[in-house]
Write a protein that binds this ligand. Sequence first.
Ligand code: ATP
Ligand code: MG
Length: 414
Amino acid sequence: MTERVCLVHYHEIGLKGKNRSTFENQLVTNLRRALRHFPVAGVSRISGYLLVETTDKQATEELQRAVAQVPGVARASLAYRCGLDEQEFCNAAVKALGEAGNFTTFKVHARRSSTVYPRHSIELNQLVGAVLCENFPDKKVQMHDPDMTVYVHVVQGNAYVYAASIRGVGGLPVGTAGKVVSLLSSGIDSPVATWMVGRRGATVIPVHFSGRPMTSDTSEYLCQDIIEALESAGLIGRMYVVPFGEHQREISLAVPQALRIIMYRRVMYIIAQKIAELEGAKALVTGESLGQVASQTLDNIAAVNEAVTIPVLRPLIGSDKQEIIRRAQDINTFDISTQTAPDCCTLFMPRRPETHARIREVLEAWNSFNHDEMIENLMQHIEYIDFNQCPSYKPPKVLPARHKELAPAEFVTD
Ligand code: ATP
Ligand code: MG
C-alpha cells in the first residue's frame, strides 16, 4: 500500500535566513508536542518542508488538521510517498487529483531536489501531466490559476505527491519570540489577543484577576477552559490567578466612583508587570480595542498605562467586535467566553465610569490609598496553574503558591 505522510509548509520561516534552523527546530519540537496523541514515528526536515510520519505509515486528515493549528504552519498536505518508480507515482497523482474535490482545470507542479532521479522537472511535469490528461479526459489543463494543482516533489529517493492542502494558522513557532504576560479575563477579547501574540511566536503566561472571595471562582474555571481550548496551538505556559475581590472593595471605598475601573486596571497592570519580571517576560498583552468600552478610550488607556514601564501589546486595538468574535469562534473560545461569570470586572462597578480621565485626578485618587502595600499583599497571595502545553515554557525558580483547586493532579506534589 502506498504510504501517506503529512507535509508541513512554513513560508514565513523560510524568509528568516540565518535563524532558519532555530525556527525549524522549534517547529519540530512544537509539532511533536502538539501531535503527542497521534502515533507519530517522527518529524523531520526535508528540502524546505517538515515531514510528519506515523508508525502505521498512514497519516490521517485528523492529524493534518492538528498540524494546521500549530503556529508557524502555513499549509499542511497529506501526501502519498512513493519510490522513484514512474508508474507508482503517476498512479498516486491520479489518486490525489481524484480525491481533491471539485475542479475543472488543473496543472502539474513537479520539482526535483534529488540527482538520483534522472529526469528534469520539465520532463517530470510532462510525464505526470500526460497520465492525468488520459485519466481525466473531461478536465482541462490550465497553467495560470487552475482550480487544482498536483504537486510532485522528488527528494532523497522518494516522490511526494499531493493535490489538496489545508491552510495552517500561519505565524511563527511558539518559543521563537520570547515570553509575554497576557491579562486574561474570561471575556471574548483577551483570549483572542492571547492567541494572536502566541501565533507570532511568543510563549504566553496568562494572569487572571478573580473577584474571589467576593464572587465565586467561576471565572477561574472559564479561564481554565479557555486555555484548554487553546491547547492545540501549544502557546500557554503557566496561568497565574490573583484573588482581587477584597482589594477591589478597598479601592471602591477609597476613590471617586468614576475612577474605580482605572484604579483596578492600574493594580492589574502593576501585578502583571511584576509577574513578567519574575518570569523574564518582556511585554504585557491585553484585549483592548480602541473605544470599545468606557475604559478603552485613549485617555483611559494612557491613565492606566502610566502605572507601568513594560511595553503593553494590544493586538486587537484596531479590530471591530465582529472580527474579534469571528476569530474567537475559529479558535473555539467564543462559546466559553459567552458564559456569564462574575469576575472582578463585574464587582463594584461604577454607575458612570470616567471616559476621559485626567492624569492629575487619576494620580490623586491613586495616592489616596496605600497601593504599594496592596500590591505587595496581592503578590503574596498569587496562585498558579501549570498546563504542560508549551514545550518552550520554562518556569521561574521563585514560586508563589499553586492554585490548589484547579491545578491538575499531576502537578500537585504536596
Ligand atoms: P475582554 O473581552 O477581554 O474581557 P472587555 O471588552 O471586557 O475585554 P475590559 O473589561 O475593559 O474589556 O478589559 C480590557 C482588558 O483588560 C481585557 O481584554 C483584559 O486583557 C484585561 N482584563 C480585564 N479584566 C480582567 C481580569 N479579570 N483578569 C485579567 N485581565 C483582565
Ligand atoms: Mg471583560
